[in-house]
Design a protein around this ligand. Sequence first.
Ligand SMILES: [Zn+2]
Ligand SMILES: [Zn+2]
Length: 309
Amino acid sequence: MPTPSASAARLKFWGVRGSIPVPGSSTLRYGGNTTCVELRADGEIIVLDAGTGIRALGFALEEEFGSQPIDLSLLITHVHWDHIQGFPFFLPSYNDKNQITVFGYNGSDVGLREILKGQMATPFFPVALYDLPGRLDFKKLDSMDFNLGKVHVRAKFMNHPGVCVGYRLNTSSGSVAFLPDNEPYDAFKLHSVKSHLLSPEQTQRRAANERADLVEFLKDCDVLILDTQYTDEEYKHHVGWGHGSLSTAVGLAVDAHVRKLMLFHHDPDHDDAMVDGMVETARKIAAKTGKQLEVVAAREGEEFILGEK
Ligand SMILES: [Zn+2]
Ligand SMILES: [Zn+2]
């Protein structure tokens, strides 16, 4: 995938699955690798999360750049395994010509670097983080608003167990929001506060405010990549698990005037036919609102230019 000019931003999906990789004949079309998305915009290479999909991205980058250095930014939403497990297998980290800057918010008292180091420590992995020849920089994000070159990035804490953010990236040719793990506030389940400290009314008010903030964060976004792990029926049995459902996802996208909703973080138990069915259901829900919203499911290997239909 060539680095685009300032006039074209490209998105490519390298992993679209949630929780655990599920390779096999039933997931061939949408793919079995966990979260990894690549954005090329305004001369930047921005990688969103390092699930198992990042392995194939690494091979593709090395093939594209050959002996030329690769300079990329890796934005981590959070450090649940399905978002970092591909990191030790990312080929550009194994070549000293490359610069990889990893951005994220601390997921615990130890920093992001320590967490990524931990999953590569003996006896879990044969190569230590500090032995990787690539130039790796870790930047702990304090601000929720920063720039990667000409791409303006905003972050927002999501409703998900532990520390987890979503990113909104505004490029010169369109905006993308990446919210791979997020539970709707509609069931008043709040991960960020100790719910027992709040009365039911306070919880309801807090949830309504949080949702309004999220609508504002996503306002007029061109592409929203959103956690839709569950059908509405499945969600009833998974309230509090930290993931999204179809009708709440469509409702959020419609309220925020999003142009295109991409169903994401597909459940490991959902085969291709199931994901097809979820797209159909989500389109019906969207049609009932009477508002304009394109709905598709993110598919591993899919690539498109931002702003193109
Ligand atoms: Zn996840
Ligand atoms: Zn998660």
